[in-house]
Design a protein around this ligand. Structure first.
Ligand code: SF4
Length: 363
């Protein structure tokens, strides 16, 4: 994965290997901060498994990027845990070796030391919807596709609209890590034609939704995924609609809060770095996590186990109201839930299952 700050729209810390571009002078990439050892999956009831954010390995130049990537894979090949499948991922290798020892092995293979990481700052992990013009004068349209589901309904012909655009589009379609589609590389000559189709099929304003919905994401779960323990993709839109009632009442419709749901703890929609995360435990039963970083830069913490989907709005309502009344200037929801004591901060993966606050959750 490659991220270009301040946008962390690929959730760089959730992946085994990532490159954070260091840009100078507006458009020249002078190198990358390399990240290693992120991963979302865990197993319910097994605290030796946990989600983890990637560590910063160091800085490398563009010329060395491929060599560093190959070295990371080779170190994992040589030091990864082949005996315990649940601990086979790179994130556990780094937990076991320590990041310094891992870096030393990478440097041995690359034949030189990594540089000190360069400063960077992410401010969000969502997509930027609508039109963007690039430095070559071409246009790109990021289309909101709720949970990545492309299908037609009576009043929204999304699949047909995309097919019609595909007939005339000379650029490409890019699927984003946030389940949306970028109609990319639209030449100035083609822009009006595509804009007309976007308007005709009501896609032009598909992103005029609550900021919560625009920052929502769910895995496929039932009926597609055989590992699913609970609904996800088909259920989250309904739950978001319920939570939106509270957001409307409290004036938070346009405040971005990330909410993610998965049907099992494998975490394919990256729920453990959402500000509100639901992870399936069984039919209509979800672990509710709070406190993830708004820019995908902090793990969340279990707030309440095995809540029913139908109780989720009632559980979240007082917390959202508290946030609306008592947040500090610019404070994100995830930060607030920690400061206000709803959950303790998760500082690293080993900490994920610890420091839970015992509470009765009123429903
Ligand atoms: S997180 Fe969702 S898609 Fe991933 S394995 Fe679990 S149910 Fe399947």
């Amino acid at each position: 994965m490659v991220a270009v700050p301040p946008s962390n729209d690929v959730d760089i810390f959730a992946h085994d290997l990532g490159f954070i571009a260091v840009v100078e002078g507006g458009e020249k990439i002078v190198g990358y901060n390399v990240t290693v050892g992120g991963g979302m999956g865990m197993t319910h009831g097994n605290e030796d498994t946990f989600p983890r954010l990637a560590d910063l390995l160091g800085f490398c130049t563009p010329e060395k990027a491929v060599a560093v990537a190959e070295a990371v894979v080779r170190v994992q090949r040589d030091f990864g845990n082949r005996d315990v499948r649940a601990n086979a991922r790179l994130k556990y290798t780094i937990e076991t070796m320590g990041i310094d020892a891992f870096r030393a092995e990478v440097e041995k293979l690359v034949g030189e030391k990594m540089g000190e990481p360069r400063p960077f700052k992410f401010d969000h992990n969502g997509d930027r919807y609508g039109w963007i013009e690039d430095h070559k004068g071409n246009f790109h349209f990021t289309l909101f596709v709720e949970n990545g589901r492309v299908y037609d309904t009576d009043d929204y012909q999304l699949m047909t609209g995309l097919r019609e655009i595909a007939k005339v589009h000379t650029g490409d379609f890019r699927l984003t890590a946030n389940q949306n589609v970028i109609i990319a590389g639209i030449t100035p000559e083609k822009k009006q034609e595509i804009e007309t189709l976007l308007t005709e099929y009501k896609m032009i304003d598909a992103h005029e939704r609550s900021a919560l919905r625009l920052n929502s994401m769910a895995c496929v779960a039932l009926p597609t995924c055989t590992l699913a323990l609970a609904e996800s993709q088909r259920y989250l839109p309904e739950l978001v609609t319920e939570i939106e009632e509270t957001l409307e009442e409290t004036g938070l419709r346009h405040d971005a809060i990330t909410v993610r749901m998965t049907g099992c703890p494998n975490g394919c929609a990256r729920p453990y770095i959402a500000e509100i995360g639901f992870v399936g435990r069984g039919p209509d039963k979800y672990n509710l996590y709070l406190g993830g970083g708004h820019a995908g830069d902090r793990l969340s913490k279990l707030y309440a186990p095995s809540v029913k989907g139908s109780d989720a709005k009632q559980i979240l309502e007082p917390i959202i109201k508290d946030y609306a009344e008592n947040r500090q200037e610019g404070e994100h929801f995830g930060d607030f839930t920690i400061r206000a004591g709803y959950v303790n901060e998760t500082k690293d993966g080993r900490d994920f299952h610890k420091d839970l606050i015992e509470r009765e959750v009123a429903v």
